[in-house]
Design a protein around this ligand. Structure first.
Ligand code: NAD
Ligand code: UDP
Ligand code: UDP
Length: 312
């Protein structure tokens, strides 16, 4: 049994990760300031003696004793990370410094939840890990993109300078149960709008693409990465390479919900990446992993979740 810290453990991905780590016999400390996460996401774990929650903001130092650290704390939806952009950068940068300082003192392994946003609006498609990206340093997405890029820099400098055991995963768009209904990301927006019979909001002309990974596949590879050989630091892309336009996604959600909602077109937010698809050759080679759940099956499970959630 390992003592494992999950920062951002009450969020969408964090709560699934805590659940998986407990299921496989670990002792989990969930640290969260509940900015976008909620107690509801982890309520079912509260009675487990090997699960503990601490309300804490990772921009402040943290002194606890653990053997592994998964650093997920950071709002992930553009709506939420742009709400208080200064705090977003602080969370990524000061949060990384504090988690790395903690890992250094404890000689603990530490995994960073980085993002496909480090590639910005990419000219290389699909994106391999070697691509350095095309990120606007002064736009509305920069607090998130540059914060995450700086966090990666810190991880690699602690590795070079202090021989820390680091693991960096670049997560591509992931969806599933426990996304917040008001999260603002495209999958939850479309599903909630379709179930409620509200207009489906397409930003721009809906020709921009994303590649969507179901949460179970993603948690599986995150844990594999944490437990991979010491010399494999990443960065490694993790996500599902099946790419769709936002119009195609909307059509699929309408079909699967049987909704009669209409599509409406809204302005495209600035710096919105036009295309995104992970090259996952490295994850396949080093971690023996590839996603198993296709978009239709994953959406069906997610729609079931939201139908229950919205009827409460
Ligand atoms: P989420 O918003 O549901 O979860 C983030 C969690 O971090 C929340 O519980 C929030 O309350 C917590 N948090 C935020 N700021 C904090 C702070 N200063 N101190 C402590 N806790 C804080 O988002 P998610 O989708 O679960 O994303 C989790 C991580 O994965 C994030 O780091 C995100 O950048 C990364 N990621 C997610 C995706 C995706 O598609 N879901 C894609 C790329 C990267
Ligand atoms: N830190 C922490 N918990 C620990 C050890 C360190 O939160 O158990 C924080 C502390 O705020 C420190 C930061 O991590 O400033 C970076 O630690 P490091 O040892 O790398 O640097 P230093 O202590 O010299 O600033
Ligand atoms: N999007 C949309 N309608 C919405 C929400 C998002 O068309 O209601 C688009 C958004 O402009 C982007 C894509 O869907 O092109 C994915 O957006 P999301 O916020 O989920 O994540 P991103 O990958 O942009 O961080």
């Amino acid at each position: 049994m390992k003592k494992i810290l999950v920062s951002g453990g009450a969020g969408f991905l964090g709560s699934h990760l805590c659940e998986e780590l407990i299921r496989t016999g670990n002792d989990v400390l969930c640290v969260d300031n509940f900015f976008t996460g909620s107690k509801r996401n982890i309520a079912h774990l509260m009675t487990n003696p090997y699960f503990e929650v601490m309300r804490h903001d990772v921009t402040f130092p943290l002194y606890v004793e653990v053997e592994q650290i998964y650093n997920l704390a950071c709002p992930a939806s553009p709506v939420h990370y742009q709400f208080d952009p200064v705090q977003t950068t602080k969370t990524s940068v000061h949060g990384a410094i504090n988690m790395l300082g903690l890992a250094k003192r404890l000689q603990a392994r530490i995994l960073q939840a980085s993002t496909s946003e480090v590639y910005g609006d990419p000219e290389v498609h699909p994106q391999p890990e070697e691509y350095w990206g095309r990120v606007n340093p002064v736009g509305i997405r920069s607090c998130y993109d540059e914060g995450k890029r700086c966090a990666e820099t810190l991880f690699f400098d602690y590795w070079r300078q202090h021989a820390l055991l680091i693991k960096v995963v670049r997560i591509f768009n992931t969806y599933g149960p426990r996304m917040h209904p008001n999260d603002g990301r495209v999958v939850s927006n479309f599903i909630v709008q379709a179930i409620r019979g509200e207009d489906i909001t397409i930003y721009g002309e809906g020709q921009q693409t994303r590649s969507f990974c179901y949460v179970d596949d993603l948690i599986n590879v995150m844990v594999r990465m944490m437990n991979s050989p010491d010399d494999f630091t990443g960065p490694v892309n993790i996500g599902n390479p099946c790419e769709y336009t936002m119009l195609e996604l909307a059509e699929m959600v309408l079909k699967l919900t049987g909704s009669t909602s209409k599509l409406v077109f809204k302005p495209l937010p600035s710096d919105d990446p036009k295309q995104r698809q992970p090259n996952i050759a490295l994850a396949k080679e080093k971690l023996g992993w590839e996603p198993k759940v296709n978009l239709e099956d994953g959406l069906t499970r997610t729609i079931e979740y939201f139908k229950k959630e919205l009827s409460l």
